[in-house]
Design a binder for this molecule. Structure first.
Ligand SMILES: [Zn+2]
Length: 258
């Protein structure tokens, strides 16, 4: 299975910066998990192949590229883009984004081939298929309804926490999964902003280390994601000091294969 974090932010030379504002993970060039930078950074092949977008939650950094992605493809789509999300997230998107004020309600529009966007709701705890993948949604602890996922292609499996603070149920479910190859876990703020992390339901290096003590799949590679761009250097430094086994930072644009 192939996974790539699409870039979203540029340095002073116009090159992709490791300081990421937006979150969008593309699996096998065919399925997007979150859509932060989907329109802005998907390759031509990805734009042609991605017709399924799975959302962890509706915060802007995770959905910003979705309206623009459908807009770009509007006239060329021969099948609708399917947005897989919790019912309350779909409600939020329709009310606050695709409401004709912020952007068109694509779910009501058609091109010459038919519908251009549709929703596929799932519930917390559901297992469902998206293309060749099987996903299991798991509740996590964020300020709004949010899920993480276990994603399997039948041979390899990885897990993604989404945005979250301290959680127990998530680890219990992951501990019961066999042969998890990789875990993508958030760590938004540095230790000195623990209070802000608390009120906004995110992790710091210190709280992440405590969380990982609940995770018993010691062979699993751990990749940190969703670091707030302004605090990236500090978070990376503090994570390094903790010397957590198998832990690295997920690099922007790099293709990971498990
Ligand atoms: Zn969030």
């Amino acid at each position: 299975m192939k996974l790539q974090l699409l870039p979203s932010t540029f340095d002073e030379n116009g090159m992709a910066s490791p300081r990421q504002h937006l979150s969008c993970f593309v699996v096998d060039d065919a399925v997007a998990i979150d859509a932060g930078s989907l329109a802005m950074a998907a390759s031509a092949v990805q734009k042609k192949q991605i017709r399924d977008v799975v959302l962890t939650h509706a915060h802007l950094d995770h959905i910003a590229g979705l309206p623009l992605f459908i807009d770009d493809l509007f006239s060329s789509l021969d099948a609708p883009v399917c947005v897989h999300a919790l019912p309350e997230i779909i409600e939020t998107l329709e009310r606050d984004i695709f409401n004709w004020e912020i952007y068109p309600r694509f779910s009501e529009l058609e091109n010459a081939n038919g519908a251009v966007m549709r929703y596929q709701p799932f519930a917390v705890g559901d297992e469902f298929s998206v293309k060749h993948l099987r996903l299991k949604s798991i509740a996590v602890n964020h300020k709004v309804s949010t899920v993480g996922f276990v994603v399997s292609d039948g041979q390899t499996k990885f897990a993604l926490s989404g945005d979250t603070a301290e959680i127990d149920g998530f680890w219990q479910i992951l501990n019961a999964e066999k042969n998890l190859s990789a875990l993508l876990v958030e760590c938004a703020f540095p230790n000195e902003l623990e209070e802000l992390a608390g009120v906004s339901h995110h992790l710091t290096p210190k709280t992440l280390k405590r969380e990982l003590e609940k995770f018993n799949q010691k062979q699993c590679l751990i990749y940190v994601v969703n670091i707030k761009p302004m605090y990236r250097d500090e978070v990376v430094r503090q994570l390094g000091e903790l010397e957590i086994e198998n832990l690295q930072i997920l690099e922007v644009g790099q293709i990971y294969e498990w």
